[in-house]
Design a protein around this ligand. Structure first.
Ligand code: NAD
Ligand code: NAI
Ligand code: ISE
Length: 346
């Protein structure tokens, strides 16, 4: 079965997903698109030579009975409304992160999904699919460095769009580490604290503090420190280092470019965008989602519940931004709906 996909939001990431669904992966066809900017939707159809309908909005796209799955790739603040509407249909839903930008919004989504016979949502937390990060977790789980004690990470963007707000440092950027570390350590968060180092003069967005340091403490006592630096100018990269009882695990440099030695210098190019850095991870997460839908099976990737846990943690992070004090985190026990193996058929 070829999975018929509708894409809601055809900006940078929507176009990247359309490209992979159309030209790289197997088993899917983009049959419909929409964007609040109609020209962006029409341009996607033209540029990727799609045989696809352009709908005026998400509501009309979601009414198309010929669509099996939707990709919600609009601005983060628009995800909740679209996902809630999509839950009224029988379509599978791949939503980019964040699941919702508020804790209440994420709760509304999990509450509604739980009224369905099975899980239908996957959240685009693609870090889990990155081969290098996955390998690091496999090593950690093998016990090779003993129990994890401290994690140090960095999330570097060269710059951000004009609409990027201070809260988005948490809901749009740190949200990746919030999900990643919870998964990596297989541990729950107990608290989060955001502190502001010296402000970079490279910040153009009003109200944005950059860089920011997030300190997450887990229930088992692991301290995770993440540097979020989104106006770093020099490139795009993520760094990760786990300190254990008997050793350390560290993500290698991205290794995309050759080392050039010339004129008494050694240079390596650094990526500038997530599109290339996480290309393999995006392809793997989306192919897995499509394969599940093709067999009419629930997604097995990051669930709406994991999107909810991230939203609870992000909300605590936003509260900490106000006075830079630690904020306690309490996530309810995982509901049975999100624990059980899902049935093959609806
Ligand atoms: P973008 O601004 O380039 O594109 C967003 C598009 O959505 C725009 O074309 C906009 O007109 C459209 N849009 C907004 N609200 C809409 C709505 N209600 N209905 C239909 N269209 C709507 O943004 P982007 O960089 O493509 O980001 C899109 C999503 O992808 C975000 O959720 C973002 O968090 C996510 N993203 C994820 C990663 C990742 O690494 N996983 C990287 C980049 C972006
Ligand atoms: P973008 O700004 O390039 O595109 C967003 C698009 O959504 C725009 O075209 C906009 O017109 C459209 N849009 C906004 N609200 C809409 C609505 N209500 N209905 C329909 N369309 C709407 O943003 P970008 O970078 O493509 O990000 C989109 C999403 O992808 C975000 O949620 C972002 O978090 C996520 N993302 C994820 C990444 C990842 O690594 N997983 C990387 C980049 C983005
Ligand atoms: C963007 O939306 C992403 O998801 C990228 O992976 C992240 O690095 C960036 O900070 C976000 O804005």
């Amino acid at each position: 079965m070829v999975v018929k996909v509708g894409v809601i939001g055809t900006g940078a990431m929507g176009r990247a997903h359309i490209d992979r669904l159309t030209n790289v992966l197997t088993g899917a066809k983009v049959v419909a698109v929409t964007d609040i900017n109609q020209e962006a939707a029409e341009a996607a159809v033209h540029d990727f030579k799609l045989d696809a309908k352009v709908y005026p909005d998400d509501t009309s796209l979601l009414q198309d009975p010929d669509i099996d799955a939707v990709f919600v790739v609009s601005f983060g603040g628009a995800h909740e409304a679209t996902v809630l509407k999509a839950l009224d249909t029988d379509k599978f839903i791949f939503t980019e992160k964040p699941l919702a930008t508020t804790l209440e919004g994420a709760k509304r989504i999990v509450d509604k999904e739980m009224t369905k016979p099975r899980k239908v949502i996957q959240v685009g937390f693609m870090r889990r699919y990155d081969e290098a990060i996955h390998e690091l977790k496999t090593k950690l789980d093998s016990g090779i460095i003993g129990k994890p004690l401290v994690v140090r990470a960095s999330h570097i963007n060269p710059d951000v769009a004009a609409n990027y707000s201070n809260e988005m440092a948490i809901t749009d950027t740190l949200i990746h580490e919030i999900d990643e570390m919870h998964w990596l350590l297989d541990d729950d968060y107990a608290s989060i604290q955001i502190t502001y180092p010296r402000q970079s003069s490279k910040v153009n967005n009003e109200g944005l503090r950059d860089p920011q340091l997030a300190t997450l403490t887990t229930k088992k006592g692991v301290v995770v420190q993440v540097l979020v630096h989104v106006t770093a100018q020099y490139g795009y990269e993520v760094k990760l280092e786990v300190v254990g009882e008997t050793g350390e695990l560290k993500l290698p440099d991205d290794g995309f470019a050759p080392i050039v030695r010339t004129q008494a210098t050694q240079q390596t190019a650094i990526e500038t965008s997530w599109v290339k850095r996480f290309l393999q991870a995006y392809n793997t997460e989306v192919q897995e989602f499509i394969n599940q839908v093709a067999q009419n099976q629930s997604p097995i990737g990051p669930s709406a519940w994991e999107g909810y846990i991230a939203a609870v943690t992000a909300e605590a992070g936003i509260r900490s931004q106000k006075d830079q004090e630690p904020v306690l985190i309490n996530v309810a026990t995982t509901p049975a709906f999100y624990q059980k193996k899902q049935a093959v058929q609806a």
